[in-house]
Every structure is written in C-alpha cells, then in structure tokens.
Design a protein around this ligand. Structure first.
Ligand code: ACM
Length: 683
C-alpha cells in the first residue's frame, strides 16, 4: 500500500510538478530527479562487509569509477570497506552490489546513458546498457545514502532513469582568468556528480591563449603570461573527463576575441599591430583578416594540430561579438568586399565561417559556434549555441540545425538559481511550434562560466551549487519544476559537491577571514550571509575599472549568488504575513534581532580592515531596516496591522535608502522586510 501510494504521489509530482516539499519528499535528496522512481519497503544497510562486483562487458573506466564510488562511500559513512581497487576479477554475482553492463560505452554525443537501479534490503542491482549509465547510477546511489540511529543505509527503491537531453554542458572560460588543472578536475568531479557530460573549454580570448601549440609556439609563449595547459595536461584533462563519462569540447574563438593570438602572430589580424595581451574586459576591436589566404593557411595548420589533440567529434569556433571595426578601417578588406560582391560585415563573417567549416570537415569534425554563425545557407551539419536569445535556438532547429541553449544559463550573471532552473530549452508551450524532428535537434544546453570576475579561488562559488539545478533541467523530465523542492535538494547536493573537492563552501569563510584582516569574522559573516554581488554586468558600471590583474578578493567576490540565509528569510516573511505561527514568529524575530544588533560588531572589524569600509553604511542600513522589521512584527504580534501612515512613509524611505548598492553588493533581505512593513501598515 505504501509503495503504491508513493508511486502515485511521485507520478502526480512528475505530471503536475506541484508536489509539496517535505524533508523526505518523493524526490529524496536526488539531483537530478530520476525519470521514474518507486519507493519500496526497507533499507539496505551499509556494513564494513559491503562489496561490489562488476559483470558484463564494461569499458575499463567503470572499474575506476566503481573504485571511486567505494572510496566516497567509505569517506561518507566512515565504513572500513575491505575492497581496494576494483578489477574485472571482482565479478561475484552474489556480492551485495552487482553492477551489470552490456557493452563498453563511448564518450560521445547520443551514447546510451540510461540505467536501472534496484535497492532491496538484501541487495543492490545496477544495470545499464553502457558503463556511462552505470556511472550515473553510482552517483544516484551515493545521493541515496541516508543515516538513522542504527547507521548508514540506502532506502529500498526502484529507479529507471535516462537523460532528457544528450548535451548537458558546463563552459569554463580559461582564457580571461586561467584556471589550472586542479580547478578543471574538481569541476569535472562536480559535473559527474550531477550527471553532466560536456566540458566546453573556452581556450582563446583577448586576454589569453592558454594552451600549448607545438606548431605555432608563439601563440602560447607570447599570448599567455606562462599560464597555459601543455598538450600533456590537455590529454590528462580529456582522460580525467572520459573516466567520468564527460566529453571535452574545445573552443577557439575566431575571428574576434582574438587579441592574444595576435601578440605572437600579428599577421593574422586586420590591423597591423603590434599587439599586447588585453587586460581590460569588454568587446575589443582586433579581429582576424578573412581576406588573406595566409590566414586560412595558418588556421588549417593550427586546426590540424588541435583537432588531433581533442578526440571529440565536435569542435567550437566561437564566432561571437565581432564588432567589425578593424574590417571597416582596412582599405584592402573593403576593396576585397567590393570585388567579391560581399555586401556587409555579416556576409564577410559568413564567408570566413564557410572556410573554417571546410577545414574542420576535412579533419573529421562537426563545427559548433555561437548563434552569430547562423547565416543564410551555411551547411546543416553545424551546431548553433544560442546565447543572445532563445529565439536563435528555435530559429536554428526550425531551419534544420542542431542547437543548444546557453541563453538563461549565464551563471556569471550571479542570478538566482530559480531563474536558471525554470529556463527550459523546450517548455510545453513551445513544443507545438516545432515538429518532433525539430524538437530532437535541440541537444540540450550549457551553463557558461565566463571568467572576467572570477579566479581559481572564487570560480566554484559561481558555478556551484546553482549549476546542479541546470543539470537537473537538462536531465530530468520537464515536469520536474517544483522550485521549493529544488532548493531543498540543492542544499544537500551542495554538500555532496563539497565532498568531491569543490571550494564553493569552504572558500567563503577563508575569504571573510582575509577581509577581516585576522579578526573574528562572526559579525562579517552575519552581514555577508544576506548580501549578494550585484547582478548581470553592472559591476563594470559602477566606477571601478576591473583589469585581469585586479583583486577579486573584496566583499562582492566573497558574497555568493542566491544567498541562502536571505532566501530563507524572504520565504519566512511570506509565511509570516499569511500564517504567523509562533514558530515562524520566533524565527523571524530571531533574524531581525540578529541583524539589528550586528552593526556595532561589524564596525569594530571595519576599523581594522580598511578593505571593508565600502560596506559600512550598508551594514548600518541593515540594522535600521531590521529595527523597522521588528516594529512591524511586534505590531502584528499584538494583532495591530494599523501602524500609522507616517510610520509607513518613513519606513519605506529607510527601505529605499537601504536598496542603494554598495561595495558592488546589495542587501537581499529587503523584499522580506518590505512585506512586513506593508502588512503592519494594513497595505
Ligand atoms: C558570448 O557570451 N559572447 C558568447
């Protein structure tokens, strides 16, 4: 009966997406939520005697993956498991966990990634067509681990799971701020934990050329400040990713975003140079000269080298944000356009793309580019990555191109998780406008971690945990969209991501300690918990010019997107104005008191920590609005929703003043406090 009821509840959840969130809801702590899930009775207890076996015909990567699973399981549960390295000799079908795989998987687009998982009190069976599906199943198993007073266990369950979209990517921009090997590796582990399968490496920019070219060594020698991956390191990244079922798709951005190429090879550019590595951010003028045969000769040799280095079938050529200024200013290019009847910049860019497409095709690759490359007549085999708007995704697939979505997944904009989570590449309302064949051309999407404002120290906090919600959007059925339940699970998965080595949690207090200049950080953390870095690209518009070498260690860098304490407070305030139970009332009073009394402590820190001076008045404003919030709560506690018009007006004025952004951050508890003010004034 219980089994049946849970099945119905879960089906309802899948179809309506409106299940109530509870601490042990039907989605458990799983992210992404599996396609189908049925709870069963009982628990599989994890004992030191736990063993696993691998049967069938997996690729070697599964033995490594199974060994990593064991080590994560013993780390998480403190069990002294007896198996060391798993090999093909570990094939006892009577083992407590048996993984069965039909055939070796290939890390490529459209490979079978499905799996079936059955946990009963006695036995766990994980079966999959390929080892890639089995690796996903092992991640699910780790997320299933719970504890009670007796010990650690996995609940009895039956799961059948497969991805909704085959391309679930994360772009890492290693050109603007270089991200060394350990950053890439820990992010690959994070991706694997949430079943993502494409690492898009953005490998060339105005600010850096961070990869070794043996054919044209001046590219990295003069274009990278010494911050580059050797080809051996690139091979190691590809292997590390392949071990986790993740493809690596390289991007060499051309013809624009190319200043760093020109430091060593000014002959490629449309203006004479000389060039130096760009240190500012923005859209720059330098662009390759598409009218010279020598440009294509160079690119042919370069792409021959790079297409051999990266085994994936897809190869990204960028193609975005070419402002055309160097082309306009170059008389020879203008004459070429006239002679060849090329009417405008777009047509010239399209001609360049066609030439690059020919080269990539010759080297056996499929070309991917940003949506600017969708020019009339370009060959149907290319893939369009939509970033300027979702309309380009639909335009591309309507015309018969494969495409994927990044618009709405720009995690560098530091927006709330919910915005990304609800951004569906193919929501129900848009399905009618596309034929089933066109719908299939939507491959999925990619979160984009552009690195103007992040360093190896902060990058994880901009990627995680929010990208886990994007991973769910791309993996789980479209009907899974309960925001409250997503946030409940996100808090848990965030910790799982920390266990694989990501630094989004632990670097936060470290950065606060540095800002506090050695003082106790309690008051600083209380404050920073309720601010967020300002969103979109507004940080560049508030009087500070950021350079590649600027400090990214200030309060806006320590503060994290979608601040959890603030989000919980806003929800609490919503609850309080509709249903002020004693528990809710106590909680809201607790927080407002804390913030009201925090300023003196933070001021004391600031006196010895000049880098924090920029948020002193914001902290004072937090105290003021918290005082007002307490007045509102106290009035409502006394059943008086009739505070005077004068009180209301002065409170709103204080609130307005508190909205002013400072230190490139903003207070994000204000909507909650505003709701209290309105309620108390009977508005
Ligand atoms: C881009 O964000 N310029 C692709």
């Amino acid at each position: 009966m219980r089994k049946f009821l849970l099945l119905i509840l879960f089906s309802l959840y899948l179809f309506t997406g409106c299940a109530q969130s509870t601490t042990t809801g039907p989605t458990l702590n799983l992210m992404p939520v599996p396609g189908q899930l049925t709870m069963q009775d009982g628990k599989f207890r994890i004992a030191d005697s736990f063993k696993l076996a691998v049967t069938g015909q997996p690729h070697q990567r599964l033995f490594k993956g199974a060994t990593r699973f064991l080590r994560r399981l013993d780390d998480k549960t403190g069990s002294f498991l007896t198996q060391n390295q798993i090999t093909s000799a570990d094939n006892d079908a009577n083992a407590p966990l048996v993984i069965n795989v039909k055939r070796p998987g290939k890390v490529m687009l459209h490979e079978d990634e499905s799996y079936t998982l059955t946990v009963s009190p006695q036995k766990v069976n994980l079966t999959a067509e390929t080892d890639l599906g089995a690796l996903h199943g092992l991640e699910t198993l780790l997320q299933l681990v719970e504890a009670d007073e007796t010990g650690y266990y996995m609940p009895a369950i039956h799961i059948t799971d497969k991805p909704r979209f085959p391309w679930r990517g994360l772009l890492m921009d290693v050109g603007r701020h270089f991200m060394p090997m350990e950053v890439i590796k820990r992010n690959l582990d994070g991706m694997a934990a949430v079943k993502m399968n494409v690492l898009h490496l953005h490998l060339s920019e105005d600010q850096g050329f961070p990869i070794e070219s043996k054919v044209f060594p001046k590219l990295h020698q003069l274009g990278s400040n010494g911050n580059y991956f050797t080809q051996e390191e690139i091979k190691a990244i590809i292997k590390y990713a392949d071990d986790r079922g993740i493809r690596v798709v390289p991007e060499f951005d051309m013809p624009g975003h190319a200043t760093a190429w020109f430091v060593g090879h000014p002959e490629l550019a449309s203006a004479p140079g000389p060039y130096t590595i760009e240190r500012r951010w923005g859209i720059m003028d330098p662009v390759m000269d598409p009218t010279k045969e020598t440009t294509y000769k160079f690119l042919d040799a370069f792409l021959k080298e790079m297409t051999a280095l990266f085994p994936d079938a897809y190869f990204h050529i960028g193609g975005d944000e070419n402002n055309g200024k160097q082309w306009k200013a170059n008389a020879q290019i203008q004459a070429y356009m006239k002679t060849n009847n090329i009417k405008n910049q777009e047509e010239l860019h399209a001609m360049f793309n066609e030439r690059i497409l020919k080269i990539l095709t010759k080297y056996g690759k499929k070309m991917v580019g940003w949506d600017e490359i969708l020019q009339p007549g370009i060959t149907k085999s290319i893939v369009i990555q939509s970033w300027r708007g979702k309309k380009y995704l639909y335009e591309a697939v309507s015309k018969g191109y494969q495409a994927m979505l990044s618009n709405g997944y720009y995690i560098d904009l530091v927006q709330n998780t919910e915005q990304h989570y609800l951004n569906d590449p193919l929501p129900e309302e848009n399905q009618k406008q596309l034929t089933p064949e066109q719908q299939k051309l939507i491959l999925g999407g990619e979160a984009t971690m552009w690195s103007e404002l992040v360093t190896p120290e902060t990058v994880d906090s901009r990627v995680w945990p929010r990208t886990a919600a994007i991973a769910e959007r791309l993996w789980s059925p479209g009907s899974v969209k309960d925001v409250a339940d997503m946030y409940r699970r996100l808090d848990r998965v965030s910790l799982e991501l920390e266990y694989v080595g990501l630094t989004h949690e632990k670097n936060y207090p470290m950065m606060l300690r540095r800002l506090a200049n050695g003082q106790d950080i309690t008051a600083l953390k209380t404050f920073t918990d309720v601010i967020e870095p300002i969103k979109e690209y507004t940080r560049h518009q508030q009087g500070t010019t950021y350079y590649a070498y600027s400090p990214y260690t200030l309060i806006a860098d320590a503060a994290r997107p979608d601040a959890k304490v603030a989000r919980n407070f806003r929800n609490l305030a919503k609850e309080f104005v509709t249903n002020p139970t004693p528990k809710v009332t106590n909680e809201i009073t607790y927080w407002l008191n804390l913030w009201q009394n925090n300023h003196a402590g933070l001021q004391a820190i600031i006196r010895q920590a000049p880098a924090l001076k920029e948020i002193e008045t914001l902290s004072a404003d937090l105290a003021k609005v918290s005082q007002i919030g307490l007045e509102a709560v106290n009035a409502l506690k006394a059943n008086k929703a009739n505070l005077s018009e004068e009180w209301y007006n002065s409170s709103i004025a204080t609130m307005q003043a508190a909205k002013k952004q400072r230190g490139k951050t903003e207070l994000v508890v204000l909507p909650g406090i505003e709701a209290l003010i309105k309620k108390a004034a009977g508005k």
